[in-house]
Design a protein around this ligand. Structure first.
Ligand SMILES: Cc1cc2nc3c(=O)[nH]c(=O)nc-3n(C[C@H](O)[C@H](O)[C@H](O)COP(=O)(O)OP(=O)(O)OC[C@H]3O[C@@H](n4cnc5c(N)ncnc54)[C@H](O)[C@@H]3O)c2cc1C
Length: 391
């Protein structure tokens, strides 16, 4: 009944992605354009061209947009291969937030919006942002949304303050969440708007200094002041922002899990090599039980995470069995906690060099810390899971 076989064509594509990331992308990990605010746009553009040449760019896109449209289970295999380097998904154009944004726009955007805002992102020529989180407002609880959109009879006028907005610096396609107040002209409630990043009224106040550096151009603080958008800028239907955010989040949480599984596997492979080669107290450190147990715990955790991801993907592939919201919540909470422990043990096995940039393990560890926070902190997932179970 349960079949874990990976079909030959999927395995071939996985191996192609793996070889591309290992041979072409890994050498860029020491490029100075990988800054404390993540890879800059110049580095991203160069990597994207390599993936284009290799015929692997945006492989996850729907067939109608030129992609290969893998199922969720197939994505689990392919995104893990892409995540071997934190720059892999950037090159292949399957990194956050673009990957989740492309998914959402593919589901909800109308023909004109697809043309203007989605296709250039799929082509790798421009980036996108999803602007929800606010200082003092929307965060774990999106119902606290403070950004307002007032319809003046002609345009929506948007005012608010956002932060932690990944890739805000230089992105062209902007998805902004704002609350429309009850009004005589139409619907109200949290709504998504689509616009160009250089529209008057959008001001990038600063790029935040954070402990991760895997997202292109880091995370921005953004002021929205009298941002005027026409009614045609509404993405989907008025008042449906939270439903659309959930539509985006269930698969997006899982693709985060897949990419980080690839990165954690890389850290484990480096730790294994070190445990074989480094000696202490008369033998390779891997022969000391303390180290061998850490290696074994990692191996068990990696495989458990892989199976959990595949299971949640299966529920999404089944479609008619629900949204996968509950399943993706469970898997995201579990995988983000477990993979972080894997990365931590890898740092420990490496000794002092574990916290240096002599290997990518230190970077994987600090980049991965944020994974337990975004797309729902662990506690919020547990809160939602318990509510569902207790209902
Ligand atoms: C690397 C990174 C990238 C991000 N990119 C984006 C982006 O592109 N766009 C965007 O809009 N946002 C982005 N975010 C923001 C992210 O969505 C929020 O950090 C997340 O939703 C949590 O909100 P918050 O930071 O305001 O934490 P808060 O809501 O202030 O929560 C703080 C802590 O309170 C606890 N908590 C909250 N609710 C509960 C509960 N019900 N039960 C128990 N404990 C609870 C949790 O421990 C939580 O970590 C990003 C965040 C990070 C770290």
């Amino acid at each position: 009944m349960i079949d874990f076989d990976i079909p030959a064509d999927l395995a071939a594509l996985r191996d192609e992605i793996r070889a591309f990331v290992n041979d072409k992308v890994v050498p860029y990990e020491s490029d100075p354009r990988l800054t404390r605010h993540g890879p800059d746009d110049g580095l991203r553009a160069e990597l994207v061209e390599l993936a284009r040449e290799a015929g692997l760019l945006t492989f996850q896109a729907p067939k109608r947009f030129g992609g290969r449209e893998p199922s969720h289970r197939e994505q689990a295999v392919l995104f893990e291969a892409a995540g071997w380097s934190t720059l892999g998904p950037v090159a292949l154009n399957c990194a956050a937030p673009d990957e989740g944004n492309m998914f959402l726009l593919g589901k909800v955007a109308n023909t004109e919006q697809v043309e203007q805002f989605l296709l250039p992102v799929i082509d790798g020529h421009q980036r996108s942002v999803f602007a929800m989180t606010e200082p003092g407002g929307a965060g774990s609880d999106p119902n606290q949304l403070n950004t307002t959109a007032e319809f003046d009879g002609t345009d929506y006028v948007i005012n608010g303050h956002k932060w932690l907005i990944t890739g805000a610096h230089g992105a062209r396609t902007w998805i902004i969440m704002a609350r429309i107040a009850p009004n005589p002209h139409g619907g109200d409630g949290p709504t998504l708007f689509l616009c160009e990043g250089d529209t008057a009224g959008i001001e990038l106040e600063r790029v935040m200094n954070t402990m991760d550096r895997n997202y292109v151009e880091g995370h921005g603080v953004v002021r929205l002041t009298d941002l005027r958008l026409p009614a045609s800028a509404v993405l989907g239907e008025v008042g449906q922002a939270l439903r659309y955010a959930q539509l985006r989040l269930a698969p997006a949480r899982l693709t985060h899990c897949m990419r980080w599984l690839g990165a954690a596997s890389r850290a484990q492979s480096i730790a294994i090599k070190h445990a074989r080669e480094r000696t202490a107290f008369g033998k390779p450190i891997g022969e000391h039980q303390g180290v061998s147990f850490m290696i074994a715990d990692n191996e068990i955790a990696l495989q458990q995470c892989r199976l959990a991801i595949w299971w949640a993907c299966w529920t999404l592939d089944m479609g008619d069995r629900g949204t996968g919201r509950h399943e993706s919540s469970m898997v995201k909470a579990y995988v983000s906690e477990e993979l972080f422990k894997v990365a931590d043990r890898c740092v420990q096995i490496l000794g002092g060099i574990g916290i240096s940039d002599e290997t990518p393990v230190g970077m994987i560890f600090s980049d991965m810390r944020a994974f337990r926070l975004y797309d729902g902190p662990t506690e919020v997932h547990k809160y939602a899971i318990a509510r569902q179970v207790l209902r």
